[in-house]
Design a protein around this ligand. Sequence first.
Ligand SMILES: Cc1cc2nc3c(=O)[nH]c(=O)nc-3n(C[C@H](O)[C@H](O)[C@H](O)COP(=O)(O)O)c2cc1C
Length: 222
Amino acid sequence: MDIAEVVRERRSIRKFKPDPVPEGLLREILAAARWSPSWGNTQPWELYVLSGEPLDRFKTANCARLDEGSAAAPDIRMPEQWTEPLKKRYGAVGKGVLAALGIARDDTKGRTEQTRTMFRLFDAPCLIAACIDKRSSSLEYAMLDVGLITQTICLLAHDRGLGTCIMACAVFYPSALRAVLPDTEDKLLAVGIAVGYPERDAPINGFARERAPLEETVVWVK
Ligand SMILES: Cc1cc2nc3c(=O)[nH]c(=O)nc-3n(C[C@H](O)[C@H](O)[C@H](O)COP(=O)(O)O)c2cc1C
């Protein structure tokens, strides 16, 4: 696919087919994504690819924490509130998801169930957990580098017919994820990427999204 087409067509997938993702395909995608740039070519990302029973265990534990009402304890501070215009844009995603599913804003039960589905990673058969070393001298730039490879993975996956969703809620309760990962005590869990084959006809994978016009985000200095 043409690069501009891949960038434009990739979207967050929130309903996956149960079919497993072939390991060979994931290897190809990850091998290609290694060519993402990073500060001084440090490549600070450490990626864990989860599937099968360990992933099922994590989904169950992640959902259980949510059901218990456990407070989020992410390794990397998450945004708590937004200022405008970010707040409006953030709100539009939630509205888009709920509208696509036909869940009314006052349908507390429906919304809770949808949140639970999210904490089960939308039943994706694969999760890539991106970590960085706790001793990183610049957490901010290591996170930027993680963001770069994350986007590269998502674009390459889309090009190969896979769907992805970058997921903060995969690292909301890091202890639940650590329980299924080997040797992560000295690592910070940065973000997850749910990967799988998309349910193409599912409305939640097709609602319209918006991007701010260039005038809102770009200043030309001549
Ligand atoms: C760092 C990060 C964390 C995200 N976490 C979640 C998440 O926990 N749940 C979710 O449904 N989407 C999550 N998303 C997906 C965003 O909502 C999505 O990228 C955004 O709404 C733009 O839509 P698009 O990806 O379809 O273009 C996350 C995206 C990023 C970059």
